[in-house]
Every structure is written in structure tokens, then in C-alpha cells.
Design a protein around this ligand. Structure first.
Ligand code: IPD
Ligand code: CA
Ligand code: CA
Length: 267
């Protein structure tokens, strides 16, 4: 065990337990903002559908304080503040509210997403959907769970078996988004979108969607979800990193590969 982790029973399990607790507590705070959302002052960050409010900023600041107090040597990458460098090899990858648009307009489909990287690899995640009363958790080698119940992805599905999550925002090229939708419908697929990449990945892990594709996702949108997918027996590929957004494909092996093909990605 690395010297910085001596004395910790199991550094990954300790962080997964903390991530789950923090996601729930942050969710309670977010829910209070949600129920009083008419008093918020959202502003646009990059385009008319990329918004931020004092709820996003306040909850990320709170999460950062909690993480720094409990794991002072860990790094933190989050949506609303600059990266905190760490020295433990662990990095927390956090989105205080994934699905800010649904949150602001009163839809229940938004989440708190807390992922963990160890030496750059996704190793744990907790996604909490307060209004849906759902908490998804996963850690490398330990399986994926929804409210404590193990998740196992359907390995027989193809893209036409049930709906496919598609996350394209205004950042996506209209031509590429249109081409993907046309290609998917030609293959017998149908679209689904809830405005939270984390929730769509969780839905894939829970067999509520056959797969998910987003041409431009940030690490904080998908880090926890990637662990969920892999631990539920599926495949997720993310071509972004901590500093850059990128496309993500997720599903069972067959669906993942088909989504890559339909989006024009290299095999
Ligand atoms: C967004 C959601 C959405 C995805 C966008 C993200 P935000 O995150 O995950 O589903 O399509 O690319 O930016 O801004 O609501 O945290
Ligand atoms: Ca997000
Ligand atoms: Ca967010």
C-alpha cells in the first residue's frame, strides 16, 4: 500500500462510502433549492441551454469543502470551480447538479454525480437522484447497485431492443447530430433524452435504456456512470479527459459497438 494510504482499511471502499453519503447530503441540499427554484438567478455560461445558478455553485463549494476535510491529499475536478491538485493518486470528479436545465424548469430528472479516479482510471462512482429516490453506486471489482440492489446489464440487447439515450446539446455539430439520428432510426433505434448524462448512464446500467451516446460530454457528467456501466457488465468508452470534453458510448458490447459505428467513430 502506498505510504499516503497507510492506516486506511481500504482506501477505495472508504471513498465509495464517503461519495455515497456526500451525494445523498448534497442531494438534500439541491432538493431544497429545487423546491424553491423560482428564487434562483440562473445565468448562461456558454449558450442559452448551458445554465448555472447559485444552487450549482453552492453545492459544488460544499462538496469540495467536505472532500478536502475528509481526504486532504485527494485532487478534485468539478464543473463549477478550478481543479484542486492532489498527491494521493485519487481524484474526485464531481458534478453538483447534472441536469441543470431539467432542475431549473421543474423536471425531477437531475442528479448529483460523484466519480473517483485512481491513477487516472475510473474506479468508483455514486449518482443520486433525489426526486426519484434513487442512488446508484459502483466500485471497481465490487459490482454496481441501485438502492443497494445489484445491477446486471442485459447482454442480448441490440440498439432496436429498447430506447437509446442521446445527449447532444447545442455544442454538438447539427450535421453530426442529424446524421446519428438518421442512422439510428435506419437501424430500428428510437431516441430518449432526460438532460442528465449521469442519469442516462445509470439507466443503461439498470436496463432502462439499451445504450447511450453523447458527442460532447465532460468528465464530471460521466465519470461515475462509466464505473456503473462497467461494473454492471457493460462497455463504456469516453474519448475526453479531465481537461477536455469528448464523446461517450455505452451499452452492452454489441450496442456500444453499433453506437460507435452509427456515430461515425473508428471501430
Ligand atoms: C449536461 C447534461 C446533459 C448533457 C450535457 C451536459 P449539466 O450537464 O449532462 O445531459 O447532454 O452535455 O453539459 O450542464 O446539466 O451539468
Ligand atoms: Ca453535467
Ligand atoms: Ca452540472
Amino acid at each position: 500500500m502506498a505510504p499516503e494510504h497507510r492506516g486506511e482499511a481500504d482506501p477505495l471502499q472508504a471513498r465509495l462510502a464517503a461519495a455515497e453519503k456526500l451525494a445523498r447530503r448534497a442531494g438534500t441540499k439541491a432538493r431544497a433549492f429545487f423546491l424553491d427554484r423560482d428564487t434562483l438567478h440562473p445565468i448562461s455560461k456558454s449558450d442559452s441551454q448551458d445554465l448555472v445558478s447559485e444552487a450549482d455553485r453552492g453545492i459544488e463549494a460544499w462538496l469540495r469543502r467536505q472532500i478536502a476535510r475528509q481526504f486532504p491529499l485527494d485532487g478534485i475536478v468539478g464543473e463549477e470551480e478550478a481543479t484542486t491538485e492532489g498527491s494521493s493518486g485519487f481524484v474526485w470528479v464531481i458534478d453538483p447538479i447534472d441536469g441543470t436545465m431539467p432542475f431549473l424548469v421543474g423536471q425531477p430528472n437531475w442528479t448529483v454525480s460523484i466519480g473517483l479516479a485512481r491513477d487516472g482510471e475510473p474506479v468508483a462512482g455514486a449518482i443520486h437522484a433525489p426526486m426519484l429516490r434513487e442512488t446508484y453506486t459502483a466500485a471497481a471489482g465490487g459490482g454496481a447497485r441501485l438502492n443497494g440492489h445489484p445491477l446486471a446489464m442485459n447482454l442480448d440487447w441490440n440498439v432496436a431492443s429498447t430506447t437509446i439515450g442521446f445527449g447532444a446539446t447545442q455544442k454538438a455539430s447539427p450535421q453530426e447530430a442529424g446524421a446519428f439520428v438518421e442512422a439510428l432510426y435506419r437501424e430500428g433505434g428510437v431516441l430518449f433524452r432526460v438532460g442528465s448524462g449521469a442519469l442516462m448512464l445509470a439507466y443503461v446500467a439498470a436496463n432502462r435504456l439499451a445504450g447511450y451516446y453523447d458527442p460532447t460530454l465532460h468528465c464530471w457528467d460521466c465519470w461515475a456512470g462509466i464505473v456503473l456501466i462497467r461494473e454492471a457488465g457493460g462497455v463504456a468508452t469516453f474519448d475526453g479527459d479531465f481537461g477536455n470534453p469528448g464523446p461517450i458510448w455505452a451499452g452492452n458490447r454489441q450496442v456500444h459497438d453499433t453506437l460507435r459505428r452509427l456515430s461515425g467513430a473508428a471501430a
